[in-house]
Design a protein around this ligand. Structure first.
Ligand SMILES: [Fe+2]
Ligand SMILES: [Fe+2]
Length: 191
């Protein structure tokens, strides 16, 4: 890299544009992959889990950022199974409201409420975030859309339904303050 010229780097910057434009396609490919190879033991695939979560969010009247956040909250499962929540949050962080990214980043700890006691772990580990402005949002996200979305009898909308939403979100300008709305805590559901 030291030996690159200004012309080289100008060329690379140009080539990054079409590459960035294909991010949504790579995200959708990863979701499809999660429908083929998925964690054993669960009644549905990770793709179906994401589709259920996103469908529940949409049926609750959630906005675009929450729906896409629900769809992609476990997108990191394949490459980062030990810290998938943080990985998933980093995937969406430049393109969604900050509270959605925060909730996705922390959903793993909040989900412990539902199962940690079976392993002798602290199901209330989330309490360390009690004073955070997004605490209630994360608790609600997990209760309404995550822990409930392993139901083999639920009828989620197909990936094709959410594809335009993924494309819209990933076509946004990265880290646009008007998208991120740092500090604003939104409602998950329609009033
Ligand atoms: Fe998760
Ligand atoms: Fe999940």
């Amino acid at each position: 890299m030291k030996d690159g010229t200004k012309e080289d780097y100008m060329l690379l910057r140009e080539l990054e544009k079409p590459y960035h434009a294909l991010t949504a396609d790579r995200i959708l490919d990863e979701l499809r992959r999660q429908g083929e190879a998925s964690l054993e033991g669960y009644p549905i695939t990770r793709l179906d889990h994401g589709l259920q979560a996103a469908t529940r969010a949409e049926r609750d009247g959630a906005d675009l950022d929450w729906i896409v956040g629900a769809l992609l909250h476990d997108i990191g499962d394949g490459l980062a199974p030990q810290n998938h929540d943080r990985f998933s949050a980093e995937v969406i962080r430049p393109f969604v409201r900050w509270d959605v990214a925060w909730v996705v980043e922390h959903h793993g700890i909040f989900q412990m409420l539902y199962y940690a006691h079976h392993y002798g772990w602290d199901e209330n580990a989330r309490e360390r975030f009690r004073d955070h402005p997004c605490f209630d949002s994360c608790a609600e996200f997990c209760e309404r859309w995550d822990q409930s979305s392993f139901d083999p009898d639920y009828d989620p909308k197909p990936l094709a339904h959410f594809e335009p939403m993924v494309r819209e979100v990933f076509a946004r300008k990265a880290y646009d303050p008007e998208v991120l709305r740092e500090g604003y805590v939104s409602r998950l559901t329609a009033a």
